[in-house]
Design a protein around this ligand. Structure first.
Ligand SMILES: *Cc1c(COP(=O)(O)O)cnc(C)c1O
Length: 456
């Protein structure tokens, strides 16, 4: 399988190159040349374990790693999950909840980033190369990226976070990791400062080359690919087409579900749920995609305006024509807006039902689910469940649980009035030695640190 850019101005790449590249050189996102059709294999796949199914699905997208090696990478990536099903499906009242948070940092990003860490290690070892990964985080991505590459000898990772502005748990998850290849950079500034630093560091082409800088951003194809697996694993537990409710920020998780449906998984609908940052739910209801100000909410991992993976979706809705996509993206860069006409069915996408939920309904859903079923939702998951209740009352819906509630204890306390959200892995962080480097929000300082401490 080869990978092409959504903007169509770079030559196709192999899977291994696509994993290392992240973003295509022409600024586009890499997508597989074709989407495989697996409809005739569904029966055979119903009884597979998560790891077995992952091997079948990932093999379709990755033909330059021998199957036995790929199997090992998958087994290692998911060995650190604390449930034998990796992503178990549990029943909560009339809903099913797909718990995606059994990995080391208790958020769904582990499903992809644990695999990505092993893929990086494998590809770099084979090529005798090393990589310095640089990232900026407001929370979940940084800790999951660190957990994905800690201890890998050919990678160093530098994660910038705004000092004092991530949650306590998220900061501890980044600063209590003892491995020497992990550098948590506590930046004296805001998340925007961190992102600006990230951009200007990558803009320094000399540094980028001499230090072999790489990224773990949410546009890496391997992250989307790894997430397709749990849609099949959960969906194949059902005989009839099933619906999924997906709390959404960067359109990464739900895009994996959209691809699973394109590949042949019977999906009734995808319920796209946003918080007050509703750019995506507005788009799927009106056809207008318009940039707005970021609202800070109790589901902070979805406090995103421009969804980085959305370009992949637009590419397919433009009939896989890069020229049309380029026109749209240029329009968006200029006016901050894209307009799309409804299709023949009268809606933007017959598969996607989109809804925004506010803080009040999120807190209400956490409280009600606890009172009725004694099950604790984290605030991101609660956004999805609330949307499922509104869009598909009484229907069977698989609600994706993207984080364990112990990562967001304040929201749970605000909803229920009691400090109920605990997890041994979070409690164990307290009192561990912490290690971070305080740096000013200054390009020269970040650059000097990477040059001194990075792997060469
Ligand atoms: C990242 C994240 C999301 C949003 O996922 P996207 O792929 O960006 O849509 C939702 N919930 C949690 C807990 C997250 O960490």
């Amino acid at each position: 399988m080869r990978y092409v850019s959504t903007r169509g101005q770079t030559p196709p790449e192999s899977f291994q190159d696509a994993v290392l590249t992240g973003l295509a050189p022409d600024g586009g996102l890499l997508v597989p040349e074709t989407i495989p059709d697996v409809s005739d294999r569904l029966e055979a796949w119903r009884t597979l374990s998560f790891q077995e199914l992952a091997l079948e699905i990932i093999s379709l997208f990755c033909d330059d790693i021998p199957r036995t090696d790929l199997k090992q990478l998958i087994d290692r990536a998911y060995a650190g999950f604390d449930h034998p099903d990796v992503t178990p499906l549990v029943t909560v009242g009339e809903r099913q909840v797909l718990e995606l948070w059994h990995g080391p940092t208790l958020a769904f990003k582990d499903v992809a980033l644990q695999l990505l860490g092993h893929l990086f290690d494998y590809i770099l070892s084979a090529r005798g190369q090393s990589l310095n990964i640089l990232g900026a985080t407001s929370g979940d991505t940084g800790s999951a990226a660190i957990a994905g590459v800690r201890g890998h000898h050919n990678i160093h990772i530098f994660i910038m976070f705004p000092r004092g502005r991530t949650s306590h748990v998220q900061e501890l998850q980044m600063t209590t990791v003892p491995d020497a290849n992990v550098h948590a950079l506590s930046i004296d500034g805001s998340f925007d400062d961190c992102q600006a630093l990230l951009k200007s560091t990558f803009g320094d082409l000399e540094l980028k080359q001499t230090m072999r800088l790489g990224a773990v951003n949410s546009v890496n194809w391997a992250r989307v690919m790894a997430q397709i697996v749990y849609y099949f694993h959960a969906g194949l537990r059902h005989r009839d087409p099933v619906s999924f409710a997906v709390p959404t920020g960067n359109f990464g998780d739900i895009f994996a579900g959209w691809l699973a449906a394109r590949m042949g998984l019977p999906v009734k609908r995808l319920i796209l749920a946003t918080n007050e940052n509703d750019i995506l739910s507005v788009f799927f209801n009106t056809g207008i995609y318009r940039r707005g100000p970021v609202h800070h909410t109790i589901s902070p991992s979805m406090d995103i305006q421009v969804a980085s993976n959305f370009e992949r979706y637009l590419y397919y809705s433009c009939g896989e024509e890069p020229e049309r996509l380029r026109t749209l993206m240029a329009e968006f860069a200029k006016s901050g807006e894209i307009r799309s006409e409804p299709g023949d069915s009268g809606v933007i996408d017959p598969l996607i039902d989109a809804r925004a939920e506010d803080t009040e309904s999120t807190l209400h859903m956490i409280r009600e689910t606890w009172q009725r079923h004694h099950y604790l939702l984290d605030p991101h998951t609660a956004v999805g469940v609330a949307a499922a209740e509104a869009v598909a009352p009484g229907e069977p819906v698989i609600c994706l649980a993207t984080a364990h509630p112990a990562k967001f204890p304040d929201a749970v306390k605000a909803a229920i009035g009691e400090d109920l959200a605990h997890h041994p892995a979070v409690d164990a962080l307290e009192g561990k030695p912490v290690r971070s480097v305080e740096l000013p929000a200054d390009l020269a300082a970040v650059k000097a640190f990477i040059e001194t401490h990075g792997i060469r």
